[in-house]
Design a protein around this ligand. Structure first.
Ligand SMILES: [Zn+2]
Length: 189
């Protein structure tokens, strides 16, 4: 499946525009909802006043775009408010910025909408790619919603059942391993 890279997003890294993740590796995927379209989100990201970006976006038609490469931190979950996620990393005065060790993936649409079937499949696809690339276990501690970092965003990512998504991710992985496509055995161990 093709991933289209959208260039020109400046809001990545800490400080701004810095490559990499300050030496950290991704430990989790954070699912968001755009509250709009890929097109609208892209033009918002291009606005210098918008202090926000995602690594990936998944359209209703199933297309996958990349705004910030996953080697770099996006600006998506910087605010930590009454978090319920147990995977936040502590530092002396609080938490390490979770953007540095998470990959943000946003679904196109509104929080009240379900994913389209194509969109859901693409979401599984990009999540699976990241899980394989960073050797993440598949569970609700490694696949989370934005609201689990910021409880003042209770509607992000909205109507997607993440427990079910994790179950589907596992199935998806099994199928792939059975079929032997993409990964050799040494890659999955
Ligand atoms: Zn969000």
């Amino acid at each position: 499946m093709n991933i289209e890279h959208i260039p020109g997003i400046t809001k990545f890294g800490y400080p701004q525009g810095r490559e990499g993740r300050s030496g950290l590796r991704p430990t989790a995927l954070v699912i968001h909802v755009m509250e709009g379209t890929i097109r609208g989100t892209t033009s918002w990201f291009m606005n210098p006043r918008a202090n926000v970006s995602y690594n990936y976006g998944v359209g209703k038609d199933g297309r996958i775009v990349c705004w910030v490469r996953d080697e770099n931190a996006a600006w998506a979950n910087g605010k930590i408010q009454k978090p319920t996620w147990k995977g936040l990393l502590k530092r002396p005065n609080g938490y390490i910025n979770p953007n540095l060790h998470t990959i943000s993936i946003a679904r196109e649409g509104r929080n009240s909408e379900l994913c389209t079937p194509r969109q859901y499949q693409s979401l599984l696809h990009i999540a699976r790619l990241m899980i394989d690339k960073y050797r993440l276990p598949i569970n609700r501690n490694t696949v989370i919603g934005h609201y689990e970092i910021d409880s003042r965003k209770p509607l992000c990512p909205g109507r997607i059942n993440l427990d079910h998504f994790v179950i589907e991710l596992r199935k998806n992985g099994q199928k792939k391993e059975e079929g032997g496509e993409l990964l050799g055995l040494s890659d999955v161990l």
